[in-house]
Write a protein that binds this ligand. Structure first.
Ligand code: PLP
Length: 698
């Protein structure tokens, strides 16, 4: 894939070339300490003062202060500390200051966490109160009107980082003027800089933090506006820099770079206008709608920054969408960068009252005001390509093994379900489909042109039954034609098979193979065996797969399953067993459980040269491979998606010493594949640490 299409500007931005040059100049030529009285220091001081003057103009700071900080998080701390110290002093003087710290429910965590932290540390004992927002993410002014008379401080953002929703600051100011004239008001302006007009001194705002790295300046530089007359307490004390308001030698490189960005903003010829940005967003939205029919945008465009789109696609988890975009070189995020590591649903979207599938399936796409038409053209082309890739049939024969039959793992909420299919017969069965996956599985089955013969369960529990009923309904299957575990009552393909212990069991045909039903351990559930029968018999060695649900296989298993399968039969579980969704009885008994074998990216080349028979295995999903499988050091990886690992376990374990190097996007999925193989006795199963993201170019 050629260059990245970076659509995560609300997380951070690249540095403007003029800003990088200014930073270099400040580090090499104009490197003085602005507090020094010699000429080198004076030149540095002049640069610092010049940037501050420019910042004051851009922010409309009037007679207010503008301090340089390390970023918005520091600005937020300083504002909260200043307001709470003032509240404490006023209360000590007998003044009534209110008992609430009100913050917008969709505020960045830096705000709510700072309020809680300083309130606790200063012992102010105020009550934190999240101000609800409406369905578009705008503050509920009716509730603010009720609460504001009790507020000591109110914190609201100018624009939300996840949805781009622009706050009604005039409306909030009106309520505060009327109901809480002495309340301290902080407005987090991080996402507003360069995207919304600012006239801070003309507003009621007391504190406004900004962050450089959200608008083409480097990380580690920010600004804090403080209204003339608003209380101020320094967060950092020391050498008296910034007129004693923020000590510590100034970040001169950052300030110089920020100055270059502010200069570009003032000149107005490099940043796109609001109308131009809105037109770019409309084009991105159009390509998204074309790529993902059914897409829902999570905030109305007329109320959001023109540079942010937040959306969800029915039946697609945000992680799957992110993997898909990343494979096409399009960098987007599932919400704020701070919460990217947590897979939790977005609290911002939850506060807006959106349904669970939209809060947990959300993807944010954001760009900066320097975007060009050529960039948007390429972004739209890649988004359309992602759409085509998403429609790639998941239930297709493996390109690695060439087998016409296959097995797809479908997991959700820690439970694993399985779809066994045969491409030639164009039929499939589902076993233990997890809850919430019905529409997705149905779409995959339809998209792959297969007919579902049965939706089976290994367990009679009500949740499983509900999930099976949902899948049957999504596929329009007749529910009366099957028993409670989904086994077909009669009809074509239902017959009887003799098993290894001589017993007979009912079976259905899926292509060349049979799927046999055994009674489960408690007599209520079931276990299913799949394999190629000969003369009506399915001996242990012929059992390719066993679907065991929540049961563990062992000699003690009450259903005697251990006698019916072979040590190499692949056991497909309903819950992880031995840390993996699929195992073999023999592997689990014999393999020592060692630590994961990780291959560091810088060692890959030497490893591949030393092991000419090594197999590179790309475990990204089929839809991510639209741009092709990974090529590393002249070797093309074989595509075996992690969801198809069980199907290929037999192939891999048949050559337990042939080195396998699993790769994926970030190294997580490849680690799972390598561990699974390793635990089953494969001596040379490796995961490429850091994934393709860190792999040196081929
Ligand atoms: N506020 C908002 C709305 C943000 O988007 C961010 C950045 O993630 C912050 C505050 C924190 O900014 P910084 O990274 O400069 O501390």
């Amino acid at each position: 894939m050629s260059h990245d299409i970076y659509l995560d500007a609300n997380a951070t931005s690249p540095v403007l070339p003029a800003a990088a040059s200014a930073a270099l100049e400040a580090m090499q030529a104009c490197f003085g300490n602005p507090s020094s009285s010699h000429a080198t220091g004076l030149r540095a001081k002049a640069m610092l003062d010049g940037v501050r003057v420019r910042a004051r103009r851009v922010l409309g700071a009037g007679t207010g202060r503008v301090l340089f900080t390390s970023g918005a998080t520091e600005g937020i701390q300083t504002a909260v500390l200043s307001a709470l110290c003032a509240v404490r002093e006023r209360r000590a003087a007998g003044e009534e200051c209110g008992d609430l710290l009100i913050y917008g429910a969709t505020e960045h965590k830096a705000v709510s966490e700072s309020l809680a932290h300083w309130n606790r540390l200063l012992g102010t004992g105020l009550t934190l109160c999240a101000l609800p927002v409406d369905g578009a993410g705008r503050h509920r002014l009716d509730l603010l009107r009720e609460l504001a008379p009790r507020a000591a401080m109110v914190c609201t953002m100018a624009a939300n980082n996840e949805t781009g929703t622009v706050s009604d600051l005039d409306g909030i100011a009106g309520v505060l003027r009327e109901c809480a004239p002495r309340v301290y008001w902080m407005v987090d302006c991080v996402q507003a800089l360069g995207k919304l007009p600012l006239d801070l001194a003309g507003s009621r705002i007391d504190y406004a933090p900004f962050s450089g790295h959200k608008l083409y300046a480097p990380k580690g530089i920010g600004m804090l506006y403080v209204r003339d007359g608003a209380p101020y307490t320094p967060l950092i004390i020391g050498g008296g820099q910034e007129a004693g308001q923020r000590s510590g030698t100034e970040n001169m490189a950052g300030i110089a770079a920020l100055g270059a960005v502010l200069a570009a903003l003032e000149q107005g010829d490099s940043f796109r206008t609001h109308a131009e940005l809105a037109a770019m967003r409309a084009r991105l939205a159009e390509s998204l709608v074309e790529a993902f029919p059914g897409i829902v945008f999570n905030a109305p465009f007329e109320l959001t920054l023109p540079t942010t789109l937040n959306f969800a696609v029915p039946d697609m988890a945000s992680k799957d969408l992110l993997d898909l975009f990343d494979a096409a070189g399009v960098r987007v995020s599932a919400g704020s960068a701070c919460s990217a590591a947590k897979a939790a649903p977005s609290y911002v979207l939850e506060a807006m009252g959106l349904p669970a599938w939209r809060t947990s399936g959300a993807v944010r796409l954001s760009f900066g005001p320097l975007a060009t038409d050529a960039f948007i053209d390429e972004a739209c082309a890649r988004i359309r390509r992602c759409g085509r890739a998403a429609r790639h049939p998941a239930l297709a024969p493996s390109t690695f093994s060439g087998d016409r039959s296959g097995l797809l793992q479908v997991s959700a909420g820690g439970r694993h379900g399985w779809i066994l299919f045969d491409a030639d017969a164009a039929t499939c069965v589902a076993i233990d489909p997890p809850a919430g996956m019905a529409a997705r599985i149905a779409a995959q089955v339809r998209g792959s042109g297969l007919r579902m013969l049965a939706v089976l369960g290994t367990d009679a529990d009500p949740a499983g039954a509900e999930a099976r009923a949902a899948l049957r309904a999504a596929l329009g299957l007749d529910t009366h034609a099957a028993d409670t575990l989904g086994w077909p009552r009669a009809g074509a393909g239902v017959g009887s098979i003799t098993l290894g212990d001589g017993s007979a069991a009912p079976a259905i045909a899926i292509g060349d193979e049979v799927l046999v039903r055994l009674a489960g351990g408690d007599g209520r559930g079931a276990v299913f065996l799949a394999g190629r029968a000969r003369d009506g018999k399915l001996g242990p060695a012929a059992v390719r797969l066993a679907f065991t649900g929540g049961l563990m296989i062992g000699e003690a298993a009450p259903h005697g399953l251990a006698r019916l399968v072979d040590g190499g039969s692949v056991l497909c579980h309903g819950l992880d067993a031995g840390g993996a969704p699929c195992t073999t009885a023999q592997g689990l008994r014999t393999a020592p459980a060692g630590p994961l074998q990780q291959l560091q990216p810088e060692r890959l080349d030497a490893f591949l040269r030393a092991h000419e028979d090594a197999l590179l295995v790309d475990v990204r999903e089929a839809c991510e491979l639209e741009a092709g499988t990974a090529h590393l050091h002249g070797i093309e990886a074989q595509a075996v998606p992690l969801s198809r690992l069980a199907e290929h376990l037999g192939h891999f374990l048949a050559a337990p010493r042939r080195p396998l190097v699993f790769v994926c996007r970030s190294g997580n999925r490849s680690a799972r594949a390598a561990l699974c193989l390793q635990r089953l006795g494969h001596a040379q199963a490796w995961s490429l640490a850091g994934g393709l993201a860190l792999a040196p170019a081929a």
